[in-house]
Structures are given as structure tokens and as C-alpha cells.
Design a protein around this ligand. Structure first.
Ligand code: C2E
Ligand code: CA
Ligand code: CA
Length: 328
């Protein structure tokens, strides 16, 4: 039986034998007086889901902008289910340039989605939705195969083939079959492992450290390189990375965009680059757009750069034209 609301939205219940403490989340709505009962009930359930996502003991009041956002997310998730089968996804490639030679040395492949109405939806928007809706595994697998297929097609048209970095979500990276799918595709498309780089985020390292370490070790033994992406945004540290056969660290764009504006930010960036480099890890600065930013990251000793200063992500043909222009 209900006794009283305690601190943090807890309810104390007293039975003849026990005192129980139960956490309560409350979803509330303000809705149109003319809404039918089912709609009201549905919206109240959405409010409750939001409340639970904000932690135990939360109260969440759902307003109209929430309803629109939730509806839009649900729409994107339901369209995304068919995106692969309807050939709506494609890949683009953004060159990474080596700062000792100023030549492109590899590319990151990035997924693009043009939906059935011709609208381009950015991965920044749909990848998090795909993660929540458990669709990311299918997308990551499609990207992996499509990247291998593209490399195979390049082999038939050019002898200047460079490694391709493939983004893998934390969810997919922690699947026990992930290593097997990388290996099977190498065999199927006859791709040398040195041509593949797997980009994981720091989050992949934190979530299940032991499994992540094993997966990284297996990739290393296979000859596939590993990059830690968006470095500096998560909670991993260089000491953890020291133990792992990591080949590249990509410093998060925010360090370039905001960090280089202050002396303190510059010092942080410089020490990250120096520490990583001293561990034998190749350091890449991402999001470099200006000559000034390039000068800074060069001065700090970054090995590679990826950013609009050199090139935006390109379709496969434009990417080949881009890299061929350097060999002339
Ligand atoms: P990310 O992995 O950090 O990729 C780099 C993002 O920065 C890309 O955005 C790229 O276009 C953008 N970028 C590169 N240079 C510059 C620059 O100089 N200035 C600015 N403003 N932006 C720059 P994009 O393609 O929109 O991708 C966003 C994020 O979506 C990616 O961030 C990654 O987390 C995710 N993503 C993209 N493709 C895939 C994929 O195939 N699989 C998975 N799991 N995630 C992907
Ligand atoms: Ca990436
Ligand atoms: Ca990044």
C-alpha cells in the first residue's frame, strides 16, 4: 500500500513483513481537449518512455515539440528499415592526407542516405536513430560489404589503391560475429587486410573493455588496422590505449574547431598529439578547414589530416580523380 513519496521520486511501501522502496517515473501530457482516448493514452505512454530515459524517479511533461520530434524519429526509423533493400544508401570517400608528403594516403568511407522522396538525411541524424532502433547492425554490415566491393572495383580500374577506413558502431563492434564478418568479406572480395582500417569510437572501448580488447587483438592478428575515432570526447585515456594494438587516433573535430582558439586548448591538443605519437600511434586531425588550423596541427606533429581544407567526402569516381591528380 502507498505510504508516501520519498526523495528522488521513490515510493515507500509497507507490508506486514517488509518495507519496500519502489522508484516511480511519471509521464504527463498537456493535450487537446478534443483528442480521443487512444491518442491521449499513446501520448501518455510516450511521456512515460521519456521520463524513464531521464532516469529513475523522473517526471516528464511531453509538449508539442516533443511529439513532433518523436514522430519524426519514428518516421525515419520506419523508412530506414527499407533503405537498404530499396538501394537508398551509398558511400562517399573523404581523403586523409599525410603531412610529411602532403599526399593522400587513405580515405574514410561515410554512408549517405537519400530516401524515397529524394531527401538527403545526414548520418549524424539517422545513425543514432538506427542505433536505438537496432538497425545499425544491418547498416554497418551493408557499409562493410559495399566498401569491400568498391575496393574490388578500384582494383580493376587503377593500380593506385589506398586503404579505406570503415566506421563501426559500438553495438556492431561488440557482436562476437563481427570479426568473422570482416574476415569472410576479405576472402570473398579478395581484399588484402592492409587495405582495411576499422574506425571505432572511445565508447566501444569503455562499454565492454575485455571484449573490445579481444576484438582489437583479433583485427591486429588479421592485419587489419584499428583507429580510435572522435578521441577526446569519451572517457578512455591514452594509458588504456597503450595496452592495445591501436594504429591510429583521430582527434575529435571539436579540438580543431574550438580548441585552437585558446592557448589552453592548443596546449591540450599539443600534448595529446605528442603523447600519442610517443606511443607509436599515428595521430590524425579531423575537421581541418583552414590554412591556420593546418599550420597548427603540423606544428604540433600530427601525422595526418582529414578535412574540408583538402577535400569534402567524394563519390567513388571523384575520389579516384582526386588521388590520381597527385600522381601526375
Ligand atoms: P565521423 O566518423 O567523425 O566522420 C567525420 C564527419 O565529419 C563526417 O560527417 C565528415 O563529412 C565530417 N567532416 C570531415 N571533415 C570536415 C570538416 O573539415 N568540417 C566539417 N564541418 N565536417 C567535416 P558525416 O559524413 O555527416 O558523418 C557524421 C557521423 O555519422 C560520422 O562521424 C559517424 O559517426 C557517422 N557515420 C557516417 N558514416 C557512417 C557509417 O558508415 N557507419 C557508422 N556506424 N557511422 C557512420
Ligand atoms: Ca569516423
Ligand atoms: Ca570523427
Amino acid at each position: 500500500m502507498f505510504r508516501r513519496f520519498g526523495k528522488n521520486g521513490h515510493i515507500e511501501l509497507q507490508t506486514s513483513e517488509n518495507n519496500l522502496v519502489v522508484s516511480v517515473s511519471i509521464g504527463a501530457i498537456i493535450d487537446d481537449i478534443h483528442s480521443d482516448l487512444l491518442t491521449l493514452q499513446h501520448n501518455a505512454e510516450l511521456a512515460l518512455i521519456e521520463a524513464k530515459q531521464h532516469g529513475h524517479g523522473s517526471v516528464y511533461l511531453l509538449d508539442n515539440s516533443d511529439k513532433n520530434r518523436i514522430r519524426e524519429t519514428a518516421d525515419i526509423a520506419s523508412q530506414l528499415i527499407h533503405a537498404i533493400d530499396h538501394n537508398e544508401l551509398y558511400l562517399v570517400f573523404q581523403p586523409k592526407v599525410d603531412l610529411s608528403t602532403m599526399q593522400p594516403v587513405s580515405a574514410e568511407c561515410l554512408v549517405r542516405w537519400q530516401n524515397a522522396s529524394g531527401q538527403l538525411i545526414s548520418p549524424g541524424q539517422f545513425i543514432p536513430i538506427a542505433e536505438d532502433a537496432n538497425l545499425i547492425g544491418k547498416i554497418d554490415e551493408w557499409v562493410l560489404n559495399e566498401a569491400y566491393k568498391t575496393i574490388q572495383s578500384w582494383k580493376q580500374t587503377t593500380n593506385q589503391i589506398m586503404p579505406v577506413a570503415i566506421n563501426v558502431s559500438a553495438q556492431q563492434f561488440h557482436e562476437p560475429y563481427f570479426i568473422d564478418s570482416v574476415k569472410k568479406a576479405l576472402d570473398l572480395y579478395q581484399i588484402e587486410p592492409e587495405l582495411i582500417e576499422i574506425e571505432i569510437t572511445e565508447y566501444s572501448l569503455i562499454e565492454d573493455n575485455t571484449l573490445a580488447e579481444n576484438q582489437i587483438q583479433s583485427l591486429y592478428e588479421m592485419g587489419v588496422s584499428v583507429s580510435v575515432d572522435d578521441f577526446g570526447t569519451g572517457q578512455s585515456n591514452l594509458a588504456t590505449l597503450l595496452e592495445l594494438p591501436i594504429n591510429h587516433i583521430k582527434i575529435d573535430q571539436s579540438f580543431i574547431k574550438y580548441g585552437l582558439k585558446s592557448t589552453k586548448g592548443m596546449k591540450i591538443l599539443e600534448s595529446i598529439v605528442q603523447l600519442g605519437a610517443s606511443l607509436g600511434i599515428k595521430m590524425t586531425a579531423e575537421g581541418v578547414e583552414t590554412q591556420e588550423q593546418l599550420n597548427c596541427v603540423m606544428k604540433f606533429g600530427c601525422h595526418q589530416v582529414q578535412g574540408y581544407f583538402f577535400s569534402k567526402p567524394l563519390n567513388s569516381d571523384d575520389y579516384l580523380t582526386y588521388i590520381n591528380s597527385f600522381s601526375k
